[in-house]
Design a protein around this ligand. Structure first.
Ligand SMILES: Cc1cc2nc3c(=O)[nH]c(=O)nc-3n(C[C@H](O)[C@H](O)[C@H](O)COP(=O)(O)OP(=O)(O)OC[C@H]3O[C@@H](n4cnc5c(N)ncnc54)[C@H](O)[C@@H]3O)c2cc1C
Ligand code: SF4
Length: 328
């Protein structure tokens, strides 16, 4: 690990200003991703601003009957919070499907959203990787790409975003609140937080340097049944091959509305709006689930090792919709 200087921030604006003042500075929260990357010298901050003690660790009701989740709320605390479990159960399910108990005890809400890809070539400094070293190439194209994206990728990068929590947040239409170095606050829909790779896979989010996430705001809980399903190689402690977060509202035998977000298939949580339109007003039966799944994966492209993800994602989506409809 390279030498770096350290400071503990006293408030959100000071933290944002401290990072903005140095091009090579980074925030550190739980450190469960950043420290691993620093040890491998993939992240090489010269200065680290510790935000873990900022008073951003509470969960509060909003005036609109939603929840405001502080950026420092730990993943385990968020998953166990009674209002989250009863009103946003798929968020709790997604969090509990991620990592391990020990990691969830350290991992923060904002850090989870901003964790970096698990592409093995990104972690291997001997291999070309446009995300780590722009212009060097992409070893995953034509390489071992079993875990990689089938939607939203580019010729320069086919990595997926690994967060489970972010997938549930996308289906819930959460908003991310940030503080800029001059103290101003802005709000970003979580669906706009992560960028698709295009020709600049190293630019991963819409955040500016020094922009600090202070909270995630959940709108009032959507009507209908929520469900998060994750398919992975082992029953625990493994990243998603495919995951689905869905909310289904039924009216009689028909689906009144449905929301879908898919994880493990794209560089960001994937929200297939066309599939949601297919389901709105359709009879709550297999034909509609199949049509929605075909629509959601219509533009999918495999890269050899991950071709299996396309039928797997369709099946997972169909089954998750069917299960959600049962209790809706
Ligand atoms: C073995 C292992 C297995 C895992 N399995 C899963 C899994 O199955 N599913 C899953 O979703 N995750 C998984 N994870 C990832 C884990 O959830 C993340 O490492 C964790 O959520 C990151 O949170 P953190 O607070 O430790 O972030 P940090 O490591 O402190 O920070 C991560 C990044 O976010 C930035 N950052 C942090 N807070 C802020 C803020 N408030 N504003 C702006 N920038 C900020 C940091 O500068 C850094 O770039 C796993 C991790 C490990 C090590
Ligand atoms: S998929 Fe992206 S992260 Fe992985 S090697 Fe290619 S450029 Fe790097």
């Amino acid at each position: 690990m390279r030498p770096f200087t350290y400071e503990r921030a006293s408030n959100a604006t000071a933290a944002a200003a401290a990072v903005a003042a140095r091009p090579e500075a980074k925030f550190i929260s739980g450190g469960t991703n950043l420290l691993d990357l620093m040890k491998l010298e993939i992240e090489r901050p010269t200065h680290v601003v510790d935000i873990s003690r900022l008073p951003l660790d509470s969960i509060e009701e909003t005036l609109e009957s939603g929840l405001r989740i502080g950026a420092q709320v730990r993943n385990s605390d968020l998953a166990a919070e009674p209002r989250v479990r009863s009103r946003y159960p798929m968020l709790s399910q997604a969090l509990l499907a991620g990592a391990s108990g020990q990691i969830r005890n350290k991992a923060s809400t904002a850090g989870n959203l901003l964790q970096r890809t698990r592409c093995p070539y990104f972690y291997d400094r001997n291999m070309p990787c446009n995300k780590r070293a722009p212009g060097s190439g992409c070893a995953a194209l034509g390489g071992f790409n079993r875990m990689h994206a089938v939607l939203g990728a580019s010729d320069d990068c086919i990595a997926v975003h690994p967060s489970d929590m972010a997938v549930a947040m996308a289906a819930l239409d959460a908003q991310v609140e940030t503080t800029l170095p001059d103290g101003t606050v802005r709000t970003i829909p979580v669906g706009d937080l992560h960028r698709l790779p295009g020709s600049t896979p190293n630019v991963e989010t819409d955040l500016g340097h020094g922009e600090l996430i202070t909270a995630v705001i959940l709108p009032p809980p959507p009507l209908g049944r929520q469900l998060y399903r994750k398919v992975r190689d082992r029953a625990s402690y493994a990243f998603a091959l495919v995951s689905v977060a869905t909310v289904v509202k039924k009216s009689g035998d028909r689906i009144q509305s449905a929301r879908i977000a898919i994880g493990g298939v794209a560089p960001k949580p994937w929200r297939p709006m066309d599939a949601e339109y297919v389901l709105a007003g359709a009879a709550a039966a297999d034909a509609a689930f199949t049509e929605a799944a075909e629509s959601a994966l219509a533009g999918a492209i495999g890269h050899g090792g991950n071709d299996f993800k396309i039928p797997l994602a369709k099946r997972t989506l169909r089954q998750t919709l069917a299960a959600a409809v049962e209790g809706a």
